[in-house]
Design a protein. Structure first.
Length: 434
C-alpha cells in the first residue's frame, strides 16, 4: 500500500511539474519560500508565484488537461472568468458575444474572428503546433503567455513594432528566410506569421480573392513594394508624406514609419474612440471581413450607376488622405502621385459592361474600387499577374483588369514614365499617360 501511495504521489508530482514547466513557471521566485508580496497577488504572476496566485487558474487535484486549468476546454472559458469585465478591465468576452460580428464562413474565405471560443487541438503556446501542417486554431494561449504578460505598450522601430506587454513571452516565427520558430517573439508581426505565412500550411482556395497568401513573403523589405510592417516603405515622395498626414486616424505616420498589423487588423470598437498608434487593438473579432479595423470593399465591383462612397474605403483612409479620391478634376495635387484617382472612383459611372466580380475577366460596369489597381495590399510579390510582381507603389492589377491583345499582363510603366497598357471597364488604355 505504501508503495502504491508513493507511486501515486510521484505520478501526481510529475503531472504538476510537467504542467508548471510547460507554463514556464520554474523561476527563482517560484522556488523561494515566503515570496508573497504585500500587494494583492496578480493572477498573471506579476506579484510572484505564490500559492493563491497559481490557484486563480490551476487546480492540483481537479485541474483539466495537461496544464491543470480549473476550467475545461475551450481555454477561453478560463480566461473569460476574469476577462468578462468582472475581474479585469478588458472585457474580451463581450467582443466574442458582439451581435454585429458575423460567423466565420470558411467556404467563402470570410473570417471575422479568431475563434478562441471553439474547442481546438491546442496544447501549449510554448510548443510549435503549426510548422508545415494544416492545424489552424487560435486558443488564447496561442497569442498570449499569461505568466509573463504586462501592461507595456509596443514601440515603433525601423524593423517594425515591438511586441507589447500583452504578447510578452508569446511564440511566433522570425520573418527572415528560412522562416524559423521563435520563442519568445520580439516584434508583433512575428506572432501573426505563426499562422499567416508559409511557415505553416495555409487554407487553399482557387478563387483569387479568397486565397490566403504568405505574409512573410509579401512584407519582405527586399520586394519592390510592400506595406511597411517590417521596414519603412520605399515611396518617400512629398506627396506620400502629405497623404499620410491627412489620414483620418493614423495621421502621425510618415514615409519613414513602420506600421503594425493591428493598424489594419484590430478592434474596430477601439478605433472608433480615436486611439493612439500604440494602443491595444487586439484582433479578436470584427464586424468587417478579415478582422479589419474599418470597412474595405475589395470583392464586389460597382454597378453602373453607383456613386462614390468614401465608406467603401474607410480602411485606406485611416492612413491616407481621402481628399484625392473625391476630386474628379484631374488636376495635380500635393497629396497624391496619381492625379486620376478621383476620376476613376467618382467619374466613370456607366463605363463598362459585364458583372460585378473582381475575379472575373472583363467585368466592371462603373466607378472603380481601390482593389482593381491595388489588388494584393500586403505586397506586390504575389500579385496574380506575374508581370506585376515587381511593381512599386503597391500597384498590381485585379483579375478583372485585362492585358491588351498580344500582351501577357496588364502593364504599368512605373512612376517615372507613367503609362498604363491594359483593358479596364471595357476601355482600352494603350500606353495611356498620366
Amino acid at each position: 500500500m505504501n508503495n502504491e501511495r508513493r507511486a501515486g504521489t510521484t505520478a501526481w508530482a510529475i503531472a504538476v511539474a510537467a504542467a508548471v514547466a510547460v507554463a514556464g513557471l520554474w523561476t527563482a521566485s517560484a522556488l523561494t519560500p515566503g515570496a508573497a508580496s504585500a500587494a494583492p497577488p496578480s493572477p498573471h504572476l506579476s506579484a510572484g508565484t505564490i500559492t493563491d496566485t497559481c490557484a486563480a487558474c490551476h487546480r492540483s487535484h481537479t485541474g483539466q488537461e495537461n496544464n491543470l486549468n480549473k476550467a475545461a476546454v475551450p481555454q477561453s472559458t478560463l480566461c473569460f472568468s476574469c476577462h468578462d469585465g468582472t475581474g479585469a478591465n478588458y472585457n474580451v468576452a463581450a467582443e466574442f458575444s458582439d451581435a454585429t460580428v458575423p460567423a466565420n464562413d470558411p467556404a467563402t474565405s470570410s473570417f471575422y474572428s479568431h475563434p478562441a471560443t471553439t474547442v481546438s487541438s491546442h496544447t501549449s503556446g510554448q510548443i510549435d503546433e503549426f510548422a508545415g501542417v494544416l492545424n489552424r486554431h487560435s486558443a488564447c494561449g496561442d497569442c498570449h503567455n499569461p505568466h509573463k504578460s504586462s501592461a507595456a505598450a509596443p514601440t515603433e522601430s525601423g524593423s517594425g513594432w515591438t511586441a507589447s506587454g500583452a504578447l510578452t513571452g508569446a511564440s511566433g516565427v522570425a520573418a527572415s528566410a528560412p522562416l524559423v520558430w521563435k520563442n519568445p517573439i520580439g516584434y508583433e508581426y512575428e506572432l501573426c506569421l505563426k499562422c499567416h505565412s508559409g511557415y505553416t500550411r495555409l487554407l487553399s482556395y482557387s478563387k483569387e480573392s479568397y486565397k490566403k497568401t504568405d505574409k512573410a513573403a509579401e512584407f519582405d523589405p527586399a520586394n519592390a513594394s510592400y506595406h511597411p510592417v517590417e521596414a519603412p516603405g520605399k515611396n518617400t515622395t512629398t506627396e506620400m508624406a502629405n497623404s499620410l498626414a491627412g489620414g483620418t486616424l493614423w495621421n502621425g505616420f510618415t514615409p519613414a514609419s513602420t506600421i503594425r498589423c493591428l493598424s489594419c487588423h484590430g478592434d474596430y470598437r477601439t478605433a472608433a474612440a480615436t486611439p493612439a498608434a500604440d494602443a491595444r487593438l487586439a484582433p479578436h473579432t470584427s464586424s468587417y471581413r478579415g478582422i479589419l479595423i474599418a470597412n474595405y470593399r475589395d470583392r464586389t465591383l460597382k454597378p453602373a450607376s453607383e456613386a462614390y462612397d468614401s465608406n467603401d474605403f474607410s480602411l485606406c483612409f485611416l492612413c491616407h488622405s481621402p481628399a484625392p479620391f473625391s476630386d474628379a478634376s484631374e488636376a495635380s495635387r500635393p497629396d497624391t502621385n496619381y492625379r486620376f484617382h478621383g476620376k476613376h472612383l467618382t467619374n466613370i459611372e456607366g463605363v463598362g459592361a459585364g458583372g460585378l466580380d473582381i475575379d472575373t475577366a472583363g467585368e466592371g460596369q462603373g466607378n472603380a474600387i481601390c482593389a482593381e489597381c491595388h489588388y494584393r495590399l500586403h505586397g506586390t510579390i504575389l500579385a496574380p499577374w506575374p508581370g506585376n510582381q515587381d511593381y512599386s507603389r503597391g500597384v498590381n492589377f485585379a483579375p478583372d483588369v485585362q492585358p491588351l491583345s498580344g500582351q501577357p499582363d496588364p502593364l504599368w510603366s512605373g512612376p517615372t514614365s507613367r503609362t498604363c497598357s491594359l483593358i479596364c471597364h471595357s476601355k482600352n488604355h494603350d500606353a495611356e499617360s498620366y
